[in-house]
Design a protein around this ligand. Structure first.
Ligand SMILES: C[S@@+](CC[C@H](N)C(=O)[O-])C[C@H]1O[C@@H](n2cnc3c(N)ncnc32)[C@H](O)[C@@H]1O
Length: 376
């Protein structure tokens, strides 16, 4: 889909949706990511152990048990052991990243500052920190402090000089009432139907992330057909969303039970229709079309008159692709400006041709040419 600032549209180049693949590798992510082809990955999303340092059983004021993260995979002997682990997996991920790839790491106050500093030390270039504000956070059960109502996601490029990384700015803006997307995201925790439960009715995993969060991550920083990896697959939230959005996926998980649950989850996902996923091409990215092409293709005949929207101003189309207003000759832009007594004018969105159905913006004719180019 090509969408100009005024909303004219045409199709973007085709993407091979059929070839998208999805797999989970059971094992240690550092060892397994090191087997990936260097520079082969478009996007990394990582939800590593947070090293929550929870000691003992957590209880509510009424003495009932809180289902908190108390698993072995989240335990480290010291901060320095956690830092060594963080360095190792970040380096393995970085090696696999394309120069234009980006990486997201999610964490809480327990780990995110350490992770951010290590990322900078390793040469990653931080692009944003996104605050995921939870609409339904777990209340604070221990200590006199604020309820933890958010988590932080660091989004970074592979290095400072990285060029051409994907950021779907225009699409995000269009989805946000035409206002730039912000760095604070209000999204509920994963609950209800989406939450994976075992036969015993208990949660399969203590930290399953909401699909809404991953959808925003993938839609903002990847394209259909891209290879997305997640070193800490868990229940496969990243993989499920990647498949739905037409991205390829490799997840790494050392716990076989989680990996099995994730495989079944991803297998059940139906990719969205291709038409709903084709990238949103900005007006700047769209192929250039000269006004003369409309004449060459017989869409506008020399001698035709172009009009403004109110049909108060008219200009004559010449055979050479220039237009004429009184004794002034020039481009559709120049003459548009002259006719209005303005400094500048976008002729594509100013001039119209007369059709049986009324006036038609010449930008619509340009969009038809672009649509044909994309389909070729
Ligand atoms: C915070 S959870 C990820 C949850 C996941 N985002 C989801 O939505 O389900 C971290 C996961 O990483 C796994 N893990 C921890 N260390 C690992 C390692 N070295 N290699 C592979 N997996 C690891 C844990 O078993 C756990 O499932």
């Amino acid at each position: 889909m090509v969408v100009s600032r005024r909303g004219a549209s045409a199709r973007a180049p085709r993407t091979n949706f059929e070839s998208a693949s999805h797999s989970i590798i059971v094992g240690d992510c550092v060892a397994e990511m090191s087997k990936l082809q260097p520079g082969s990955v478009d996007l990394v999303f990582a939800d590593p152990p947070y090293n929550l340092q929870l000691k003992g059983d957590l209880k509510r004021p009424d003495e009932s048990h809180v289902d908190a993260v108390n698993d072995d995979w989240d335990k480290f002997d010291s901060f320095s052991a956690y830092d060594d682990f963080t360095r190792a997996w970040l380096l393995a991920a970085r090696r696999a990243m394309k120069p234009s790839a980006t990486i997201w790491v999610i964490g809480s106050y327990h780990n995110i500052f350490r992770v951010g500093a290590i990322m900078q030390d390793l040469g990653f270039w931080l692009l944003n920190d996104i605050v995921w504000r939870k609409t339904n956070p777990m209340p604070n059960f221990r200590g006199r402090r604020f309820t933890n109502a958010h988590e932080t996601m660091i989004w970074a490029a592979r290095d400072e000089k990285a060029k051409g990384y994907t950021f779907n700015y225009e699409a995000l803006k269009a989805a946000n009432e035409d206002v730039q997307a912000r760095s604070d995201w209000l999204i509920p925790l994963c609950t209800g139907e989406e939450r994976l439960k075992g036969a015993d009715g208990k949660k399969v995993h203590p930290t399953q992330k909401p699909e809404g969060l991953l959808a925003r991550v993938l839609l903002s920083s990847s394209k259909p057909g891209d290879l997305v990896i997640d070193p800490f697959n868990g229940t496969g939230t990243t993989g499920a969303v990647a498949k739905r959005l037409g991205r390829s996926y490799i997840g790494f998980e050392r716990d076989k039970t989680y990996a099995k649950a994730a495989e079944a989850r991803i297998a059940a996902v139906e990719p969205l229709p291709e038409e709903s996923l084709v990238p949103f091409m900005t007006a700047r990215e769209a192929p250039r079309v000269a006004f003369s092409e409309l004449i060459e293709r017989g869409m506008i005949m020399p001698g035709t008159k172009l009009f403004d929207a109110k049909k108060k101003l008219g200009a004559l189309v010449r055979a050479d692709g220039a237009i004429m207003f009184g004794d002034k000759v020039g481009s559709i832009h120049r003459i548009g400006a002259v006719a209005q007594g303005a400094q500048a004018c976008n002729g594509w969105t100013f001039w119209h041709v007369e059709t049986k159905k009324g006036l038609k913006l010449i930008d619509e004719l340009r969009a038809e040419i672009r649509a044909g180019m994309a389909a070729e």
